[in-house]
Design a protein around this ligand. Structure first.
Ligand code: AMP
Length: 280
């Protein structure tokens, strides 16, 4: 695995590979890697001649400075894991490499999706996500971009960004299934910040999603959302939202919605967890 910390040598290397006819798959991450991340790398390895992973904790997507300050960093271990996965290239840039002097952050006209759910609770978050992925795509120019369904709304936002920037013509989006711990908790770098007591409570989010899915058709969506919210709050979570929304636009679902998905965001102590489950 070749590790690049600077944009220019990375671009040079990838240009050579591209000229040699190699397809590039790209897995952007913020590090503190876990098997969920590695499943994206594995999928890319299976579908492309060359796999590039990036690790960059992007400051522009954090609406909460404490969340940014406490974001877990485990670079040595990440490198070992990527070596084990036979990742070809790791891009490990500084903030100045990603956003060089003179970089002017574009505004992405994401429409209503930007204001919903995560967008409502994390103002500016999706502009930051689009900025960093747009910039990384500019450097890596992959044929395929690998994202996790764990971040359901992020996948939708980035699909829109690809369309808005014209990148959708050259870069295909591959959405990979959510990897879970054996007790159902969705794997997340932020799980590292949970105390043992919080870690034991955390799978209640997935259980809430499963009980919503089991009750669809028997009870109304409003009732299901309210019960899940009350249950999580009573167990010590601080729920931002439990929503049932259309998978195409994330607008609140009605009985007529074709592909409803349940989505949850809730704090355990200082750690904010998100998860989702398609209901069909
Ligand atoms: P992050 O490092 O959290 O920004 O995540 C990097 C990529 O890995 C994103 O596309 C995430 O959606 C994806 N990802 C994170 N957690 C999981 C998981 N448990 N299963 C599958 N993909 C995941």
């Amino acid at each position: 695995m070749i590790i690049f910390q600077q944009a220019q040598p990375l671009q040079q290397h990838l240009a050579q590979q591209r000229q040699a006819g190699l397809n590039i798959g790209f897995v952007p991450t913020m590090g503190a890697l876990h098997p969920g991340h590695l499943s994206l790398v594995e999928r890319s390895k299976n579908e492309n001649a060359l796999t590039v992973c990036s690790i960059f904790v992007n400051p522009t997507q954090f609406n909460n400075p404490d969340d940014f300050r406490h974001y877990p960093v485990t670079i040595e271990q990440d490198i070992e894991l990527l070596l084990g996965q036979q990742c070809d290239v790791l891009f490990l840039p500084s903030v100045a490499e990603v956003y060089p002097p003179g970089y002017a952050a574009p505004h992405y006209a994401l429409g209503a999706i930007e204001q919903r759910l995560e967008g409502a609770f994390r103002p500016g978050h999706f502009q930051g996500v689009c900025q960093v992925v747009d910039r990384l795509l500019q450097l890596v120019q992959p044929q395929r971009l690998y994202l996790g369904q764990k971040d359901f709304q992020q996948c939708m936002v980035l699909r829109k960004m690809l369309a808005l920037t014209g990148r959708a013509d050259s870069t295909g989006l591959v959405v990979c299934p959510t990897f879970r711990e054996s007790d159902g908790l969705a794997m997340s770098s932020r799980n590292l910040r949970l105390s043992p007591e919080e870690r034991a409570l955390a799978p209640a989010i997935y259980r809430a999603l499963l009980s919503i899915r089991a009750a669809v058709g028997k009870e109304g969506f409003d009732q299901l959302k309210q019960r899940a919210t009350e249950q999580l709050n009573s167990q010590g979570f601080r729920v931002d939202y439990v929503e049932i929304a259309g998978a195409e636009d994330l607008a609140p679902a009605s009985a007529a919605t074709q592909n409803p998905v349940a989505l949850v965001a809730a704090f355990l102590g200082a750690v904010r967890l998100i998860d989702n489950l398609p209901l069909n």
